[in-house]
Design a protein around this ligand. Structure first.
Ligand SMILES: *Cc1c(COP(=O)(O)O)cnc(C)c1O
Length: 490
């Protein structure tokens, strides 16, 4: 139906428009291959959501394998092309923390990418997937000795060292093994990218990284970053590959990346000169944004790659240094849009709310907000609670000609903040038993999932060539009780 005449709700945020067509799947929130079929049902690679529900149940993470592979390849190809004449291409490390299982790790390797991990558990997944250590990186601000040893056992391509303290520990452990650890130093360049802007601060007040600001440590005049470079070059157990930074997440504009690259390259040039060393690599981190709602406008990988390449090229020329081999670490931008979460609708209710924002409305004017409860919630998507993140949703099991109604999609947890989609227009006839799909749930949803209220964590289905298969099965009630030692031990 034509909804353009429908007035938006005064309860809706300014950015949320009444969609022209409630049945349309709006770009670029959805994976390639997700469409509404002739019967009006949302389908992925031709498989209707009702079939996925019948086979695998809900809630369910539904992922397009081909979309994942093509986004991974797109990053690799775009950065390789942009940096070809600067440093012969780029090493792309998929940030495993966004979503990792053995299937995904193997796709990453197939497509010519490497893998970033940040714990012994993630290293275990990589090992089970058969990824060679040379293709792996290890992050973390508090790596245990066991994790450092495991990284050395697996002959990791790089350990990204986060502090002076840790540099010392890695050096000692490597030396005691008679080995050399390949190390990058994570610096905090004082550039913080936020969704639509970036801010620059001189001093860093956060747990990650070595500060580039001077006089920040006991050694007067030296920044923590420089102290680390000096120490790394003197330790027998350390091979210093280069510098690293990660300025934030869900970033749309390239200017924050450009500024960070400039600052790190200037520091690199100064250190190479002062300590007569060459650092062959430079990692500029991840954080590239995706579309969670229709108003998010992510840049194509090629555009960001070209902007960053231009800065690296000109900065290296100005500093008179050879460009190090560049690497990046996208997570969300590869996996986020490959996946939607499928939920079944249960309870519905409508409340009437004062709209303070509606100035002309006078007193006692209220507007309806409908609560649509689904069979999951903050246990399968913690981002709205953790970060106030916005999502979108669509009626997936059928099309509807009903009017748009401002709705709030909520979970089934015992928590009033358990919101999946804060504000969305859904057809007024949405009813119990309907299926909703929430796009953009590939990153940091399954990864952050919990068993709150003893809900079983959902499985992940991957679709390829018109066939769906589980890559992570959903939990059962037995799984939920598995670690409980039982009344016999009371
Ligand atoms: C989280 C993280 C990433 C990935 O961030 P995305 O926003 O998913 O691209 C990359 N590098 C480091 C060090 C991170 O902590």
């Amino acid at each position: 139906m034509d909804t353009s005449a429908v007035r938006s709700s005064p309860l809706a945020p300014d950015w949320l428009a009444v969609p022209e067509d409630l049945n349309a799947l709006q770009d670029p929130m959805w994976a390639a291959g997700v469409e509404r079929n002739d019967a009006g049902e949302v389908a992925i690679d031709g498989i209707p959501v009702s079939e996925l529900k019948a086979q695998f149940g809900t809630p369910l993470f539904v992922m397009s394998e081909s979309d994942f592979r093509s986004r991974a390849r797109a990053f690799k190809d775009a950065f390789d092309a942009a940096f070809a004449d600067i440093c012969g291409g780029v090493d792309v490390y998929y940030a495993g923390k966004s979503f990792l299982c053995t299937a995904v790790a193997s796709w990453v390797a197939d497509e010519g990418l490497r893998l970033d991990t940040c714990s012994g558990g993630e290293l275990a997944v990589a090992a089970r997937a058969g990824i060679p250590g040379a293709k792996l990186g290890l992050h973390g601000n508090n790596k245990s000795d066991a994790e450092i040893n495991r990284a050395l056992d697996m002959e990791l391509g790089r350990i990204v060292v986060d502090s002076l303290d840790e540099l010392d520990r890695v050096a000692k452990i490597a030396s005691s093994r008679g080995e050399t650890a390949k190390v990058m130093l994570r610096l905090t360049p004082g550039v913080h990218a936020h969704t639509h802007e970036f801010i620059a601060t001189a001093h860093e007040d956060q747990k990650f990284g070595l500060s580039m600001a001077g006089d920040s440590t006991a050694e007067a005049g030296l920044s923590a970053a420089e102290e680390a470079v000096a120490a790394a070059t003197s330790y027998a157990g350390i091979e210093l590959l280069g510098l690293h930074c990660h300025i934030g997440s869900q970033i749309f504009e390239p200017d924050g990346f450009e500024l960070a690259a400039e600052k790190l390259l200037a520091f690199q040039a100064a250190m190479q000169e002062k300590y007569s060393i060459v650092m062959p690599e430079l990692d500029l981190g991840g954080g590239y944004g995706i579309a969670y709602t229709p108003v998010d406008t992510p840049r194509p990988a090629a555009e960001i790659a070209e902007a960053m390449a231009a800065v690296v090229r000109s900065t290296c020329a100005r500093l008179g240094i050879k460009s190090p081999r560049i690497s990046i670490e996208p997570g969300r931008a590869i996996v986020g849009s490959t996946t939607f979460t499928l939920y079944e609708v249960g309870t519905l209710k409508t409340v009437r709310v004062d709209a303070e924002a509606d100035a002309g409305a006078g007193e006692n004017v209220t507007y309806p907000r409908r609560y649509v409860s689904v069979d999951g919630g903050m246990s399968d998507n913690a981002r709205p609670v953790l970060y106030d993140a916005d999502y979108s949703a669509i009626l997936a099991s059928r099309s509807s000609a009903a009017e748009p109604q401002l709705s709030r999609v909520v979970g089934k947890h015992c928590e009033s903040g358990d919101i999946v989609v804060r504000d969305v227009y859904l057809p007024a006839d949405v009813a119990a038993g309907d299926l909703l799909a929430v796009p953009g749930t590939g990153a940091y949803c399954w990864a952050l999932s919990s068993n709150y209220n003893y809900l079983a964590r959902p499985g992940v289905v991957a679709v390829r060539d018109g066939a769906a298969r589980l890559i992570v099965r959903g939990e059962t009630e037995e799984d939920l009780l598995n670690r409980d030692m039982g009344v016999a031990n009371v």
